[in-house]
Design a protein around this ligand. Structure first.
Ligand code: ATP
Length: 605
């Protein structure tokens, strides 16, 4: 490679250290690298040219190395721990030839170590840079397909889906089987997956003296772990993090048993994956004592400790129930809520509503989906919102939970700041957090509230881990308790929800909504779409649950039978306005508004 380049380059070109990456692209990579160092674990996008190297050469790592290297550097390149493989040898030669830096196989001499799959066994020092080629940079990719949603999850530190994937691995296999790509929390903030390296090397990233740079060529992302950064594998409190190990295994060449070993041949023998370290141990040129002291041997697996329920359960995180301030008897309060789809806001309202027979504004053409809607709900009370299709019920619910941006009004929760804060003034992330433990929703379609690919227990684990639960056994116990309460057979707890019937899915959704005992529960057509007998069972269940808990519930339905079964008071909505309100049984037996009379007559048929 060197000689080919030598013949191709003129002396002037050699002086300029012309490489395969132009100066503009290098500057872009340096800019991204600096940002990555400033925000540990954050994936920084960068623009670059396509690299003239084949896939598998690790163009991401190569670009980072070429972006940060200078002629005074000494580069070491390893592939699968080996300096002498074709890939590593060619890359080292190419980097040296095109930048004028020196090449080495000795980790102690290197200023930059470009690697795939391993962190060297030799401890890296301050001033050294480890560049990792990353095939899949997005740790959430396995659990979330949408790029936008992944960005939101990182922005909000919402990693419950990642916890669920660990939970499901434990359920399926009795241990966490993920080796490369183990998720770690960097600097207490961003989760990244250590895609290229085995679990054995993960502890080496924690509080390291060296700088680690991760480069993903295809996705064009760079991220960094600066020196002295806290890097912790995501681990349940009661399931220890383990590193890979075959019992009794040691290297056939140097005898080491405190290194990352790979199978050698078909005879069950093992050898050091780090070939440089192995050679130096044999030559007596390695500080094996210092290496042994910091090898992650305390993290070797102890099968006898796996998945045994702990003697005592850890404390369950959760908010204490708010004590309502003097004179305040509501858990949820909505004042003057309005939502206009289209131009005009309040100017669109005149000429709409039941007395005009339309929700469409004659002035602006906007749809006044809801206007001047006010109500409150006390703990232990259930409020019904009934109306025909298009009357604005879902819009009101959407504005309360934050799926819709209200045009006007205020929504308060006693659980938040004793009801002083108007939820409508909060940013989206704060409103989404409220849905973890303050205000749960049961959707008409279970797919909107559940991940159908995940098990029933895993769906409940998602809510619990979002609320901060970190004990695997406590999560299992709580999920079993809830599923038992909603009458889902415990034999189905570890089955994916997609294998469940509609009624069972709805029961799992209800169990998930109740998991963190939220003070407010919003039910959006909870039985619509179910067969009559199945719907009756779900209604019975909900009635029992609401009666035994101190929850404030809002039940939205077009069906008076559902409202009658579940609620104490009811609002009747028509064309975006509340046309009647009162005690549910009174409304049912003595409806005043002609529209309410129609709804009651329909329910009696
Ligand atoms: N995103 C939107 N853009 C424009 N108009 C909308 C939008 N969402 C709802 N609307 C309109 O607002 C009005 C109220 O709709 P909403 O869905 O709240 O009624 P609903 O009573 O919940 O009906 P359903 O029971 O069918 O869900 C309807 O006229 C509807 O067409």
């Amino acid at each position: 490679m060197t000689s080919t380049l030598d013949t191709l380059l003129t002396e002037r070109e050699k002086d300029l250290h012309l490489g395969i990456l132009d100066e503009g692209a290098k500057r872009e990579i340096r800019r991204a690298t600096l940002t990555a160092v400033c925000v540990p674990g954050y994936q920084v996008p960068f623009g670059s040219r396509e690299m003239p190297v084949a896939r598998g050469w690790g163009s991401g790592g190569l670009q980072v190395t070429l972006g940060v290297i200078g002629a005074d550097d000494t580069v070491k390149v390893i592939d699968q721990g080996d300096d002498a493989g074709v890939n590593a040898t060619n890359l080292r030669r190419m980097i040296a030839a095109t930048t004028g830096c020196a090449g080495t196989a000795d980790t102690r001499e290197a200023t930059i170590v470009q690697t795939r799959h391993r962190v060297p066994e030799e401890r890296l020092r301050e001033g050294q840079v480890l560049v990792l080629q990353v095939p899949v940079p997005e740790p959430l990719r396995g659990v979330e397909k949408s790029v936008v949603e992944c960005a939101r999850m990182h922005a909000e530190g919402d990693y419950s889906a990642m916890w669920v994937s660990l939970y499901e691995d434990l359920v399926r296999n009795g241990m966490i089987t993920r080796t490369t790509g183990y998720p770690v929390l960097v600097g207490g903030r961003y989760v990244l997956a250590t895609t290229p390296i085995p679990r054995w090397d993960v502890p080496r990233l924690h509080e390291s003296e060296h700088l680690s740079l991760f480069g993903a060529g295809r996705e064009k992302r760079i991220y960094a772990i600066p020196p002295h950064t806290d890097v912790r594998p995501l681990t349940f409190d009661d399931v220890p993090f383990e590193v890979e190990h075959a019992p009794g295994a040691r290297c056939v060449l140097c005898g080491s048993d405190d290194v990352f070993l790979v199978e050698a041949g078909t005879t069950g023998a093992y050898a050091c994956s780090d070939t440089e370290w192995c050679a130096r141990v044999r030559e007596g040129d390695a500080d094996t004592e210092a290496h042994h002291a910091r090898a992650p041997l305390h993290l070797l697996p102890d099968p006898s400790a796996r998945l045994r329920a702990p003697a005592t359960t850890t404390a369950r995180p959760g908010r204490p129930r708010p004590v309502l301030p003097e004179g305040q008897d509501w858990a949820l309060r909505v004042d003057g809520l309005g939502k206009v789809f289209g131009p005009g806001a309040a100017d669109a309202v005149p000429g709409t509503g039941p007395e005009h027979g339309t929700a469409i504004s004659p002035a602006t053409g906007a749809i006044v989906a809801a206007w001047d809607v006010s109500f409150d709900v006390a703990p232990g009370e259930a409020l019904g919102v009934i109306g025909e299709s298009g009357s604005g019920k879902s819009t009101v619910l959407g504005c309360v939970i934050g799926d819709e941006q209200a045009t006007t009004g205020a929504v308060r929760l006693a659980a938040l700041d004793e009801g002083r804060t108007d939820l409508l003034t909060l940013p989206g992330d704060a409103r989404r957090r409220l849905r973890v433990d303050s205000m749960a929703v049961v959707h008409q379609n279970p797919a909107a509230g559940l991940d159908l690919r995940v098990t029933a227990g895993g769906n409940i684990a998602e809510r619990l881990t979002a609320a901060g639960w970190r004990s695997y056994h406590d999560i299992r116990r709580r999920a079993a308790e809830l599923l038992d309460r909603v009458e889902v057979p415990l034999t189905r707890m570890d089955d994916p929800v997609r294998t469940f019937s509609g009624g069972m899915r709805q029961r799992v959704q209800i169990a998930k909504a109740l998991a963190t005992e939220p003070p407010v529960l919003l039910l959006d057509e909870p039985t619509t779409g179910l067969d009559a007998s199945v719907a009756a069972g779900v209604l019975d269940l909900l009635r029992g649950l609401l009666a035994e808990r101190d929850i404030a519930a809002v039940v939205v339905s077009h069906d008076f039978a559902v409202i009658e079964a579940l609620t104490d008071r009811t609002l009747v909505m028509q064309l975006g306005r509340v046309v009647e309100r009162g005690l549910t049984d009174q409304l049912f037996h003595d409806p005043h508004h002609p529209y309410t009379q129609r709804l009651v007559a329909a329910a009696r048929r």
